[in-house]
Design a protein around this ligand. Structure first.
Ligand code: 4AD
Ligand code: MG
Length: 477
C-alpha cells in the first residue's frame, strides 16, 4: 500500500477508505489517541489505537517523537477539533524515542532553547511552519522570474574579487595555517594557495549577475552570501541567502517597479498557499503579544499586515526628503534616536528606517537618491553629482529588506568612482570590459531572503527563520 501524506488525507477526507500514514507522534492521549504529524501540514492527524487489542509493549513505544507507520480506515470523527480520524488496524513502530531523554516535550519551548537544539526544532509547529513558508517563498521567487523570462544564474561562492565592498569577508584558503608559506618580504605567498591567489566567500553575486545581464538581458541569482561583519543583531546573519536580479536597458524606476512587483508576488503566493501555517503563526504572535504593553503590540494581525503590503503601493521618497522628515521628527527633536540626524549626508540607521515606515508613512517605503559617499562605487551618479541612483526598500518591523541601484554604465565615471574608493582597475578588468564593449543602462537589487521570511512569518529574530543560523561565535550543526 502506498503511503498517503497527512496533508492530502486531511484535505480529501477519503471516508471509508484504507490508508497508510507515516509520521512522528506529537502526543499520545489516554493510551488511545495519537496526534500524528508528518510535516506535510501543520495539522496533526488523529489516529485512534484499539488499545484493548494492542500489545502493552507496543503501546509503551508510542511516545512523543517516535516514528510510526499506521494502517487503518478513515472515519468521521466523533470528537471536536477534527472532521476525520484514522481507525488504526496496524501499528508499526519505526523509530523509538525514549521519553526520558527526548528533549522536545509536548509543551511550549522558548525559541532560545529551540535554537540550541536546532537539529530537532524542525519537529515543532513553529519551525515546521516557518520552513514550509520559506520553501513557498523561494518557489514563488523562481516562479516570478521564470514567468517574466529571467534566466537563473549561479554566481560563484568562492570569489577572487573583493571589490563589492558590501561587508567584511571570510577568507578561503587551503594553506596550512600552522605553516604559512611566505615570500622574500615575509608576506603570505598566495601563489602557493589552492587558487594561486587570495580568495574569499562571496558577499554578493551582483557583479557576476551584471556580466550575465549584459548578454541575457534579464537574470537573477539566488544563493548564499557571507559577511564576517560582527553584527550580533536580530537582523544579521553571517551566512544568508540573497536574490539578486539584474536587468539590462533599465533604469532605477524599472528597478523599483520590479522589486515592488516581486515582493507582492511572493506575499500573494504565501498568502494563498500557506493559509494554515500563517494562521498558526498569526495566533502564535497574538499570544506572544498579549504579554507586551499595549503600545508595543502591532496594530494589525500577521495576515492583515501581509495583505496590506500586497494592496498598498509603496511610498517612494528621496533620501533628501527622508532627512527632512527625520530632522523634524519628534524622536529626533527629543533626542530619542541613538543617532541624531543633524545634516544631509548622514547614513540612515535602522531606528530611522523604522520611524519612517512604522510611524510616519505607515507602509513600505522606497528611498532613492542616497549621497554618493555612503553608497557603493558601482551605483550610477545622478546629474547633481551628489547623489546616486540607489534605492532601499524598507518594510515594517524589518527596516531594509532590499538594497539596489541603477549601475554606473559610463566608463569614465565608473573609473573615477573606483579611484575615489581606492579600487584598482587592474583587479576589475573583467567588470570594466562590460562598459568597454556594448555598455548599456542597467539596474538590479538584492533581496535578503531571511529578512523577507522574517516579515512573512512575523518572527522577530532572523536566527529563527533559517535552519542553521551562522552568527558571531556560532556555527553549530
Ligand atoms: O544592501 P546590500 O548589502 O546590497 C548588496 O549586496 C547589493 N550587491 C545588492 C544588489 O544590488 N544586487 O544587501 C542586500 C540585502 C539587504 O537589503 C538585506 O535585506 C540583506 O541583503 N542583508 C542581510 N541579511 C541578513 N544578514 C546580513 N548580514 C545582511 N546583509 C544584508
Ligand atoms: Mg544595503
Amino acid at each position: 500500500m502506498k503511503r498517503s501524506k497527512i496533508a492530502s488525507v486531511i484535505a480529501n477526507e477519503p471516508i471509508g477508505q484504507e490508508v497508510l500514514v507515516c509520521g512522528w507522534v506529537r502526543t499520545f492521549r489516554n493510551n488511545q489517541f495519537i496526534a500524528l504529524n508528518d510535516g506535510s501540514t501543520i495539522k496533526n492527524l488523529q489516529c485512534v489505537v484499539p488499545f484493548e487489542d494492542t500489545d502493552e509493549s507496543i503501546l509503551k513505544k508510542i511516545t512523543t517523537g517516535a516514528a510510526v507507520r499506521l494502517r487503518g480506515s478513515v472515519v468521521a470523527s466523533q470528537g471536536r477539533g477534527q472532521n476525520i480520524e484514522i481507525k488504526v488496524s496496524d501499528i508499526d513502530i519505526v523509530g523509538e524515542a525514549d521519553p526520558e531523554k527526548y528533549p522536545l516535550q509536548p509543551k511550549k519551548h522558548s525559541l532560545e532553547f529551540l535554537r540550541e537544539i536546532a537539529h530537532l526544532r524542525f519537529r515543532t509547529n513553529t519551525f515546521s511552519a516557518i520552513t514550509r513558508i520559506r520553501h513557498t517563498a523561494a518557489f514563488a521567487i523562481h516562479d516570478f522570474f521564470h514567468q517574466r523570462g529571467f534566466v537563473y544564474i549561479s554566481s560563484p561562492i568562492i570569489t577572487g574579487s573583493d571589490a563589492e565592498g558590501a561587508g567584511e569577508m571570510f577568507q578561503v584558503t587551503a594553506l596550512d595555517l600552522d605553516n604559512i608559506p611566505t615570500d622574500e618580504q615575509g608576506t603570505v605567498d598566495y601563489k602557493q594557495d589552492f587558487f594561486g591567489k587570495k580568495t574569499h566567500l562571496t558577499v554578493s553575486g551582483q557583479l557576476e549577475a551584471e556580466l550575465a545581464a549584459l548578454a541575457l538581458s534579464d537574470v537573477y541569482t539566488f544563493g548564499p552570501t557571507f559577511r564576517a561583519e560582527n553584527s550580533n543583531t536580530s537582523r544579521h546573519l553571517a551566512e544568508f541567502w540573497m536574490i539578486e536580479p539584474e536587468i539590462a536597458f533599465a533604469d532605477i524606476y524599472d528597478d523599483m517597479d520590479l522589486a515592488e512587483d516581486m515582493l507582492k508576488h511572493i506575499l500573494k503566493s504565501v498568502m494563498t498557499r500557506c493559509t494554515d501555517d500563517l494562521q498558526f503563526l498569526e495566533n502564535r504572535l497574538l499570544a506572544e503579544e498579549k504579554n507586551k504593553p499595549q503600545q508595543e503590540r502591532s496594530p494589525m494581525t500577521l495576515r492583515d499586515k501581509l495583505q496590506f503590503c500586497i494592496d498598498e503601493s509603496y511610498e517612494r521618497i528621496t533620501y533628501t526628503e527622508a532627512i527632512r522628515i527625520l530632522k523634524n521628527s519628534k524622536p529626533n527633536k527629543k533626542k530619542k534616536f541613538n543617532f541624531i540626524i543633524d545634516q544631509w549626508g548622514a547614513d540612515l540607521q535602522s531606528e530611522h528606517e523604522r520611524y519612517l515606515v512604522e510611524k510616519h508613512f505607515k507602509k513600505p517605503v522606497i528611498i532613492t537618491g542616497y549621497p554618493k559617499d555612503i553608497k557603493a562605487f558601482y551605483m550610477r551618479v545622478n546629474d547633481d553629482d551628489m547623489t546616486v541612483a540607489a534605492m532601499d526598500i524598507l518594510f515594517p518591523g524589518i527596516g531594509e529588506i532590499i538594497g539596489g541601484s541603477q549601475r554606473e554604465e559610463r566608463m569614465n565615471v565608473l573609473l573615477q568612482r573606483m579611484k575615489d574608493f581606492d579600487i584598482h582597475p587592474d583587479e576589475m578588468e573583467w567588470f570594466l570590459d562590460t562598459r568597454r564593449f556594448g555598455t548599456c543602462p542597467h539596474a538590479g537589487f538584492g533581496l535578503g531572503f531571511e529578512r523577507l521570511v522574517m516579515f512573512v512569518t512575523g518572527m522577530s529574530n532572523i536566527r529563527d527563520v533559517i535552519p542553521f543560523p551562522r552568527y558571531p561565535g556560532s556555527a553549530e550543526f
